[in-house]
Design a protein around this ligand. Structure first.
Ligand SMILES: [Zn+2]
Length: 639
């Protein structure tokens, strides 16, 4: 470990941009392959854990404690699977066969996570990074009277470990035994690292610390990495071994206060070494610095630059993958407050006066957990019929999509909370200048208003989710008295000169609306965003006159678009859209929310000039233009 001198700041600022470009380029080209490997991880773990629970039940003849422990261990491992989610990137370069990938990752993964479980017990971690209860926490709750929660947790960890090792030695699982010895050797080194970590401050020298990180972190990572590259032949491998050491140094900056409290070694606890590099050093004393002492900051900056050089020498796609990982880490470093004074901080708006979420609509579940915590996720049932019965469909961005077996509605669980969704929306508010979706909606506004004019019992119209106000403008021309509501402050302010106080910025939730007595309510592409559409529709119905007409449009899961593109259809976005309807489930929702006389509306074609290549293909195949499901529904009359 060399603490270099000299200012690396300007070079680092230039690096950021280069890494961003490489990351986008990689994701553009390979996101589908990443997604395939990622879903195989989930599937492989689910299979392995189901097998384990089954075996435990059989072997113990249904013993309660055994079953409970296997259950809790499974739950923890299932949650921790996001710690595997670098592997799909590396797999894109190494290209293991999908079948083999699924089995070896599950096997090596169980060994890898068993060490995590032991570590939780040693350090008495009851929460994983303050986000999720650990297995130790679960067993302590389930067996409160038992003196042996820690012992039981160790036993559960051993169970996971042996399950993984047994799978690798299974003669029917061809090719897995190749991973066995490297995994065992790395696991042994990681265990030695865990022992070394218990040394007191008098032992904390730079060479000690460097070795500790190699064993406790890099070898630990190797237990998992072996699954995809048992012979360590990938050109990525030398880069990654150094990269994971750097990742640990960044963790140290983050965990400094906690490590100090626990009396554990930390990068920041090392003062600069003597020229011979072996002088013992004392724990860092004094308050936690803004991010890190300048020497440490310089050392980390040099590490980034050296790794960037190493990445540059790699072939493609290895180079892009290395740059993508570096890009993530550089951003993480900046979030910790490192390198800020060098002007390399990313440009993100902070509209709320609160810390930005650092999430975007294409963020995956791992980023959500890392940046917003697991409390930003919630498990839900079907929002249409409340049933818990469901069939797993696929994953996108790491989120699981299910079809309700009761009413055929498609939804996500767990999903982000409505509050986080609104926060992300706020942070990206106004970024839709090139949104072709809104342009298509503009084309639909005329025919919709014509239809509504012929059906409405009166002229008061509310457009919920008025967006750019196209429909409001057209409706006004058709003689409606128009009101608009939108969650986007930017959109509302844009329309203010034209519609004044008939606009409100609000999120349609389960709260009361401020106006009443509408003859028409339009909700075009709103309901699919809502956490609880039934509650929101109940509020909408309250502000409608008897005989009033609701026009509702959502993406149609029975459309040709969904059949052809499946989860690649851009409508399928777990952070943007919580609900995915078809005619059956939307009708049920409307009826149960008190609407009647439902009628499907056939959409007018999109004008030529606005048609895309895909749209023309859809027409050829006999599909509708927007893959949209539009319906009219009526509030029952007085009599
Ligand atoms: Zn349902």
């Amino acid at each position: 470990m060399n603490f270099h001198h000299g200012d690396a700041g300007p070079a680092l600022a230039g690096l950021q941009q280069e890494l961003e470009i490489a990351s986008s380029s990689f994701l553009e080209q390979y996101h589908q392959e990443v997604e395939v490997y990622r879903s195989e991880i989930t599937r492989g773990l689910q299979e392995a854990l189901a097998r384990l629970r089954q075996d435990v039940q059989e072997i113990s003849a249904g013993n309660k404690i055994c079953e409970q422990l296997a259950e809790q261990a499974s739950e923890y491992v299932d949650w921790l699977q996001w710690t595997f989610w670098d592997l799909p990137y590396f797999a894109v370069a190494i290209r293991p066969a999908v079948e083999r990938f699924r089995r070896t990752v599950a096997a090596c993964g169980l060994v890898y996570l068993s060490i995590r479980v032991f570590d939780d017990v040693i350090d008495r971690h009851f929460w994983y990074k303050a986000r999720h209860p650990t297995l130790l926490s679960a067993t302590s709750k389930t067996f409160p009277s038992s003196q042996g929660a820690e012992g039981l947790t160790i036993l559960a960890g051993l169970l996971l470990c042996f399950e993984g090792l047994a799978t690798m030695t299974d003669p029917s699982q061809e090719g897995l035994e190749q991973a066995l010895r490297p995994v065992l050797l790395s696991a042994r080194r990681a265990v030695i690292g865990a022992m070394m970590e218990q040394s007191g401050p008098e032992e904390w020298t730079a060479p000690y610390y460097e070795r500790l990180v190699q064993l406790k972190n890099v070898d630990y990572w190797r237990c998992l990495y072996t699954a995809i590259d048992p012979d360590r032949v990938s050109p990525l491998y030398p880069f990654l071994t150094r990269y994971y050491a750097l990742a640990q140094y960044l963790n140290d900056v983050q965990d400094f206060a906690e490590d100090q409290r626990r009396g554990q070694p930390n990068l920041l606890s090392l003062s600069l070494p003597e020229p011979n590099g072996v002088a013992p050093c004392l724990p860092y004393d004094g308050q936690r610095p803004p991010a890190a002492p300048v020497e440490v900051e310089q050392f980390l900056a040099r590490s980034f630059l050296e790794l960037a050089d190493l990445a540059d020498g790699l072939p493609v796609p290895e180079r892009l993958i290395a740059q993508l990982k570096l890009c993530e880490s550089l951003k993480a470093a900046q979030r910790l407050g490192l390198f800020g004074s060098w002007g390399a901080t990313p440009d993100r708006r902070d509209r709320q006066g609160v810390a930005p979420s650092w999430l975007h609509w294409c963020s995956d579940i791992q980023e959500v957990i890392e940046r917003a915590g697991s409390q930003a996720l919630e498990k839900v049932n079907c929002a249409v019929c409340r049933s818990t019965e469901r069939k797993y469909l696929f994953q996108k961005q790491g989120f699981a999509f299910y079809r309700c077996t009761e009413c055929s509605h498609i939804y996500i669980s767990p999903r982000i909370t409505a509050e986080l969704q609104a926060r992300i929306g706020n942070e990206w508010d106004g970024d839709d200048s090139e949104n072709t979706f809104l342009e298509v909606q503009r084309a639909f506004a005329g025919p919709i208003c014509y239809l509504l004019r012929s059906r409405a019992p009166g002229s008061r119209l509310l457009d919920i989710g008025c967006g750019r106000g196209y429909l409001m403008q057209v409706a006004q021309a058709y003689g409606f008295e128009v009101y608009g509501l939108d969650s986007s402050r930017a959109q509302i302010e844009r329309l203010r000169p034209q519609f004044g106080q008939r606009l409100v910025q609000a999120v349609l939730g389960d709260e009361e609306l401020i106006w009443r007595s509408f003859d028409v309510v339009v909700m075009s592409h709103i309901v699919e965003h809502l956490p609880d559409p039934a509650a929101s529709l109940a509020r909408v119905r309250e502000v409608m006159n008897p005989g009033g007409i609701l026009y509702l449009a959502v993406p149609d899961m029975n459309s040709l678009q969904f059949q052809v593109f499946g989860k690649k259809w851009d409508v399928i976005n777990p952070l943007v859209h919580f609900q995915y309807f078809n005619e059956e489930s939307l009708s049920r929702l409307l009826r149960e929310s008190g609407f009647q006389n439902l009628e499907r509306v056939q959409q007018a074609p999109v004008p030529s000039g606005m048609t895309t290549r895909w749209l023309r293909l859809m027409r050829k195949l006999g599909g509708s233009d927007a893959g949209e499901l539009a319906m009219l529904a009526e509030v029952p009359g007085d009599e």
